[in-house]
Design a protein around this ligand. Structure first.
Ligand code: GDP
Length: 333
């Protein structure tokens, strides 16, 4: 058991929940940043994790981040907060840049200005969206830490700034700042605005007679989908390592949305999903990332990171969870 403390931004999000569980199990004192009174997930989070101290701050407001860092005095600072949805970032590009890009600078400045450059380790949630999937010409190998970036959305561009400013503070001020370049990671805590959870939720509803169909955009893009619980362990391992560095976390497999549909519907005994899937142009993107495939060899070799849940296990876990969740709700109502 450790006596360390951690501060997490984006604590009420998917990764925040998984990471909080891991850190509490490791004996950490956990602090989380929440945005003012407007975060609807705050009450549910406090109910699940009453031992976590929540601090009101906003990544857009540097002084509030400084105050949060002073209050928590963390050994480890995990920046998971972001405008994180690619489609949303096309509709709100300026807010995306401010939060997902400049917000990271505020975190790093808070560490530097409060004199914690040598004591607080920083984790930045970088993303496979920085690669962009264009000109993918490494069949079977996947993107790694040395691949070229070519972001294809305001979200990806903002994350690339965040990635480089984190590296810059590492090189300029000696802050132990590591970036995890995480490929898509999903699970039962994922929001329904992401395609995997949208599908698992819809499949559960259709199987229970609560919905007739699901409306989706393009089905051909391919993603390297892993389980979020495995990935937060990798984040934590990055900050326990002897040196700050950047690591790809991925499964090394890529699957299309059609394949996700195949497996998800098969879980509830439906072999042909086509009658249940309706195309809706509003869910397509101005620029699409065709394919993402990551190569986690460095994290496996250097950190000893391993994923435990494979693609089939992930889909099963999500559909089973949503069927049980909806059954529970219909029993209660
Ligand atoms: P992303 O990889 O971070 O953009 O994660 P998403 O889960 O939002 O999207 C994954 C892929 O699913 C992208 O290629 C989307 O264009 C595609 N997609 C197709 N239909 C939908 C939909 O209805 N919602 C979302 N979120 N994505 C969709």
């Amino acid at each position: 058991m450790t006596s360390k403390s951690a501060l997490i931004t984006g604590i009420t999000g998917q990764d925040g929940g998984h990471l909080t569980r891991l850190l509490l199990d490791e004996g950490y004192t956990v602090f989380g940043i929440v945005r003012g009174q407007s975060n609807p997930k705050r009450a549910a989070f406090s109910q699940e994790f009453p031992e976590v101290t929540l601090i009101e701050a906003d990544l857009l407001d540097a002084s509030s981040v400084i105050r949060a860092v002073d209050l928590a005095d963390p050994d480890e600072f995990y920046n998971l907060a972001a405008i994180s949805h690619v489609g949303y970032s096309f509709r709100n590009p300026v807010l995306t840049l401010d939060t997902t890009g400049k917000g990271v600078l505020h975190c790093l400045e808070a560490i530097r200005i409060t004199g914690r450059a040598e004591t607080t380790r920083f984790y930045q949630a970088s993303t496979s969206e920085m690669y962009g999937g264009l000109d993918y010409n490494r069949p079977g190998l996947g993107y790694d830490e040395d691949s070229l970036f070519h972001p294809r959305s305001p979200y990806g561009v903002a994350k690339l700034y965040a990635h480089w400013i984190t590296r810059n503070y590492r090189e300029s001020y000696g802050i132990f700042a590591s970036c995890g370049i995480l490929f898509n990671h999903e699970g039962e805590r994922r929001g329904v605005e992401f395609v995997t959870r949208k599908i698992s939720d819809a499949v559960a509803r259709i199987s229970l007679g609560l919905a007739d169909d699901v409306q989706l955009g393009d089905l051909w893009p391919k993603r390297d989908w892993g389980y979020a619980g495995d990935y937060v362990r990798g984040m934590w391992q990055m900050l326990q390592h002897s040196e700050p560095d950047d690591f790809v976390l991925a499964t090394g497999e890529t699957h299309s949305i059609e394949e996700f549909l195949d497996r998800a519907f098969a879980e509830v005994g439906i072999d042909d999903w086509h009658p249940y899937v309706v195309r809706n142009e509003s869910f397509t993107r101005p620029a699409e990332v065709d394919i993402l495939l990551g190569n986690p060899a460095k994290a496996e070799r250097v950190l000893g990171w391993r994923r435990e849940v494979d693609f089939e296990g992930l889909v099963r876990r999500m559909v089973t969870h949503d069927v049980e969740l909806l059954r529970g709700q219909s029993v209660r109502s």
